[in-house]
Design a protein around this ligand. Sequence first.
Ligand code: GSH
Length: 240
Amino acid sequence: MLKINFGAFFSRFYSSYTKTSPLNNKKIVLYGDEASPPVRFVLMTASVLDIKIDYHEIDIFIGKQKSEFYKNINPLQKVPALLVQNQVICDSHAICLYLCKLSGDEKLYPSEISIRARIDEMLFFNSGTLFPIDSTIFTDYFAGKWPVNEAKLDMLNFSLDYIESRLNKNSWLAGDEISLADMCLMSTITSVYQIVRRSEKHKKVNEWLKKCEMLPFYEINRRGLERLLKFVEMKKHPYI
Ligand SMILES: N[C@@H](CCC(=O)N[C@@H](CS)C(=O)NCC(=O)O)C(=O)O
């Protein structure tokens, strides 16, 4: 049975990434495309931390990440990239950790080292395992290599089994409180579920996603998913 204290969640997490905050004497620019899960992860983190950022769209569906303008910002030609004064940070995990440290706000990344270790574990898991699977499935989808290769689906299911096992122990991925880990993996999983059918087997994952959907920052994820779906639907491959 899913029990959520909505009042506490809403007061704790409601904010908008257009709001101003005392730490914003620094000019922070985020380059991204909301269809991208790592970009949504950064936007949601900034929103929860109440950090004002200037958002600059790099439309990856028309190849803007390969433009000379953007290559000068991120030679890797990937979104997101964060520009803070003269420094560029080029990976969503690094960016979100930076924003947590910059804000001094511990709600998404508490200083207690064993909690940090659990959050880091999930961020590295996303970076090294889950997101590359999501990325390869989407690359195949947009290249018309569909239905998805079974071996890739197995890899995805293996990762979801692992996430399910984490959620069997705790209500959130790194413990009893929502953290960067949840925002990061939620943006990846909800993306892949735009083209791969949700498995009934992963009950805890599905419950956890429902809890995420009820939080105010999820609006950012929803908006990005709508944009992603627009391009998914243009391809019209059957839903797997
Ligand atoms: N590990 C990076 C991954 C960034 C990434 O792969 N972004 C994709 C969009 S989801 C991208 O920019 N793709 C454009 C391309 O490969 O040309 C992060 O977390 O920021």
